[in-house]
Design a protein around this ligand. Structure first.
Ligand SMILES: [Zn+2]
Length: 315
């Protein structure tokens, strides 16, 4: 099996900016580009495989074993780039059980890596005091929900794990690389009374949001990488992420447990696996199959590297 380059699905949500087009080489006719779904088989937006004229879903169907033994049920993650010219809605995602029962989709734990930020950029991460369902509902109705949220200022190189049930939002002026469970279930709690291009407010899902929200502060978990050094970041039940620095020529070993995803955020050079070699530049995404081998990356690239973990039952 061979290394493949991916072409993302593009989303023009109302809060999006243009940096993914102007700085990260994304091609789209959309005016605003809020998100690019870089590694995705989701029904709401699947990636395409460069040079193969097929979706990632079709490619994986034709290449059994590509994802590895840790992925018996298909690709379990979705990886995106997100450009928030404006703040995202205050939102929460359900866990696996609730999502299966009510949404016919998966739960969503997500992780963020801050690629770039405007001065003063922040995220909301959980509540800042213990609250009841009744208090939180009233705060949403009174437009005072922001007073109850834990606001964290972030800078490039910061990373954080957001477990399902954590109330959160990406503030304005951030470019984020998100790796999450393969799900598109978002319960919007508050949207700053904004209207979309057609003058409509976006739907809120307050009751479902309150059903799944964690009502206590969550111990802060913002880590920071050394910009010049490969650094492990997220290690959750499902996946691991690493901040990867190429530094001239770097080898990464691969094996049959998981594919390896590379999302390049800076630099340029080449990435090779077995006979196949690609040039890369910032914004490019590649997948390497789950086979014993070596990925060789040259140049001054900086990337987010993603692998799936073997579940405890299967191990
Ligand atoms: Zn979210």
């Amino acid at each position: 099996m061979e290394i493949i380059k991916l072409i993302p699905a593009c989303k023009d949500y109302l809060w999006g900016g243009t940096k993914l087009k102007t700085e990260y080489n994304k091609k789209t006719d959309l005016e605003k580009l809020a998100e690019t779904w870089e590694i995705s088989v989701h029904r709401d937006g699947a990636s395409l495989v460069d040079g193969k004229d097929c979706t990632l879903n079709e490619y994986l169907d034709n290449n059994p074993g590509y994802l590895g033994t840790a992925c018996p049920d298909g690709l379990p993650i979705l990886a995106k780039l997100i450009d928030s010219a404006q703040s995202l809605s205050i939102q929460v995602h359900p866990g696996e059980e609730y999502a299966q029962k009510y949404e016919n989709d998966h739960g969503k734990t997500e992780s963020w890596f801050v690629v770039s930020s405007e001065p003063g950029s922040f995220i909301y991460f959980g509540v800042n005091r213990e609250v009841t369902r009744v208090e939180l509902k009233k705060a949403i109705e009174d437009n005072t929900i922001l007073d109850y949220l834990n606001k964290i200022y972030v800078k490039p190189g910061d990373f954080i794990l957001i477990e399902a049930g954590t109330i959160h939002a990406i503030g304005e002026g951030l470019l984020i690389c998100e790796v999450q469970q393969n799900s598109n279930v978002t319960y919007r709690m508050y949207d700053y009374d904004r209207k979309d291009a057609n003058g409509n407010k976006r739907q809120l899902h307050v009751d479902k949001a309150l059903d799944v929200s964690i009502m206590k502060p969550i111990e802060g978990a913002v880590g920071t990488v050394d910009p010049e050094k490969t650094t492990p970041m997220i290690d959750c039940d499902l996946f691991t992420t690493e901040y990867f620095v190429a530094k001239g020529c770097s080898d990464s070993l691969t094996d049959e447990t998981s594919f390896t995803g590379f999302i390049f955020l800076d630099g340029c050079g080449t990435i090779a696996f077995k006979e196949k070699c690609y040039d890369y530049r910032k914004g490019d995404t590649f997948m390497v199959p789950a086979e014993n081998g070596v990925v060789k990356v040259t140049g001054n690239g900086k990337a987010i590297k993603i692998r799936i973990k073997q579940s405890k039952e299967a191990a």
